[in-house]
Design a protein around this ligand. Structure first.
Ligand SMILES: NC(=O)c1ccc[n+]([C@@H]2O[C@H](COP(=O)([O-])OP(=O)(O)OC[C@H]3O[C@@H](n4cnc5c(N)ncnc54)[C@H](OP(=O)(O)O)[C@@H]3O)[C@@H](O)[C@H]2O)c1
Length: 182
């Protein structure tokens, strides 16, 4: 199966402030992105329509839960955590909890018939990358320097070579690049 990343970072590579705040990320508050055609969703809807399961780390799950309504009502979602023994009560039945390694989870998803997973959350992406289980990465770069925060990338066991497949710039200064992992 294929595992993809679709994520936004600051120019200095952070996906959130240290406290998890996304106030620097255009559109994160649900408002239209300034300087962008309101019909332009940066390819997210097409990407999301291509995946059949979403895997997210506990921190991203907790952020998503704090949003008024669960943002992915129809998508099967797998939460990874070693600390949570069960999910909070009352959350949609489409959400499951796992403690698996990336390799174990990919095997399980394969057996379940999933074909394309969206892998989300910095630490989670780093673990999948280190396990050699990410096939492509789409990064939307926001022209802001945060100085510190939660990084997208971290230590690796070995270099990972990428091939740039597509790169676009937007009138408001955002840039989007899609890489395939070689
Ligand atoms: N800019 C964007 O586009 C974007 C996108 C997504 C998320 N975010 C933000 O990024 C922040 C979260 O990123 P993050 O790097 O802190 O964390 P994360 O990847 O969302 O969550 C990390 C946690 O996931 C669990 N985990 C991951 N892989 C696991 C595995 N194989 N087995 C068991 N547990 C596993 C661990 O939870 P335990 O500690 O329970 O073991 C780990 O501490 C949030 O603020 C979120 O809003 C931003």
């Amino acid at each position: 199966m294929k595992n993809s990343v679709y994520i936004a970072t600051s120019l200095d590579g952070y996906i959130a402030r240290e406290n998890g705040e996304l106030d620097w990320l255009p559109g994160a508050n649900g408002k239209p992105v300034e300087g962008l055609d309101p019909t332009d969703d940066l390819g997210f809807d097409a990407f999301f329509a291509s995946v059949d399961v979403l895997v997210m780390g506990r921190h991203t799950f907790e952020t998503a839960l704090s949003i008024e309504a669960w943002p992915y009502p129809k998508m099967p979602v797998i939460i990874l955590s070693s600390k949570l023994s069960q999910l909070p009560s009352g959350i949609p039945e489409t959400i499951e909890l796992r403690h698996s390694t990336p390799a174990e989870l990919v095997e399980e998803m394969n057996l379940a018939g999933y074909q394309h997973a969206y892998i989300d959350g910095g630490k989670t992406i780093q673990r999948f990358l280190n396990a050699g289980l990410i096939n492509d990465i789409t990064i939307t770069t926001i022209p802001v320097l945060l100085g510190n925060g939660i990084p997208l990338f971290g230590e690796l066991n070995a270099d990972i070579q990428l091939k740039l497949v597509e790169s676009k710039t937007f009138a408001n200064g955002m840039m989007q690049s899609r890489y395939e992992v070689s």
